[in-house]
Design a protein around this ligand. Structure first.
Ligand SMILES: [Zn+2]
Length: 263
């Protein structure tokens, strides 16, 4: 008798579970179709890191800096544990833009970063594609080809992050940080602010320690700094470690993007 009850309950759970997956998929498709209907015929006129709608600063005169670190998920990506450990030791908050492929590559690191209240996890796209509605490319990386692909790139990674962290991202930064203005409008329509930057901290992790330090010391009130946490073999970490104590001495505090309104 007990066994029968158990089987019935299992069956019920399976049906309800499958039902919510179907519901979720239907919601996604209707969201995608709505965006394609609204933006599918638009032709963009801009293609750059800063186009209409991209936010590059915190809207404040407070002496605060938002450090952002991208994890791109490219083939040779690593995890800069030394950089993250330093931020934790110094109690420096940061916003982490994480790509779907990086999450799949480093699920345990992702879980521990998401569990640390010092960090907020934001959306760096599902496949690290530049944000285009007509297939533009940059640095040899093909962008999304149409409005529907923009939705897939943004929303699928947002939902992936939400499922793993129980927190929906608030910000989106595309792979390569390139956009056309229609792609930015789509991101906003989906409910995300597009986070650019005002301080190029490590130029795709290509800067030397001295260059990273110099770039970060050029920050001012409300700066958003972009650096990378996926290249431990490069010099980003050393530059950040050199710059942060000096910025603190100058009276700067570090905040997350969501602590302020962006402009
Ligand atoms: Zn990236």
């Amino acid at each position: 008798m007990k066994m029968i009850h158990f089987t019935v309950i299992l069956f019920f759970v399976a049906v309800v579970g499958a039902g919510s997956v179907v519901q979720c998929e239907e919601d996604y498709q209707s969201l995608r179709e709505g965006i394609v209907a609204e933006f599918g015929a638009e032709t963009p006129s801009e293609w750059a890191e800063v186009v209409a709608g991209v936010k590059t600063r915190l809207d404040t005169n407070d002496k605060v800096i938002a450090l952002t670190f991208d994890a791109c998920g490219s083939k040779n990506d690593g995890y800069d544990a030394g950089l993250i450990d330093f931020l934790v030791k110094e109690n420096v908050p940061a916003t982490l833009f994480i790509n779907g492929r990086w999450i799949d590559k480093y699920p345990e690191y992702f879980k521990s970063l998401a569990a640390n209240p010092l960090f907020e996890i934001e959306n760096h796209g599902l496949e690290h594609k530049p944000c285009s509605v007509n297939g533009k490319s940059i640095y040899g990386i093909d962008g999304t080809k149409n409005a529907g692909e923009v939705v897939d790139e943004i929303e699928k990674n947002a939902r992936k992050i939400e499922a793993l962290t129980v927190r929906k991202p608030k910000f989106y930064r595309s792979g390569t940080a390139y956009y056309d203005e229609i792609g930015v409008q789509i991101a906003e329509k989906l409910g995300y602010q597009v986070a650019g930057f005002s301080v190029l901290g490590d130029k795709g992790a290509s800067y030397s320690k001295a260059q990273v330090k110099e770039a970060l010391l050029g920050s001012s009130a409300g700066s958003i700094v972009i650096c990378h946490m996926n290249h431990p073999e490069k010099e980003t970490r050393e530059g950040v470690i050199a710059a942060i104590p000096e910025l603190k001495k100058k009276g700067f505090k570090f905040v997350k993007l969501s602590d302020y309104r962006l402009k």
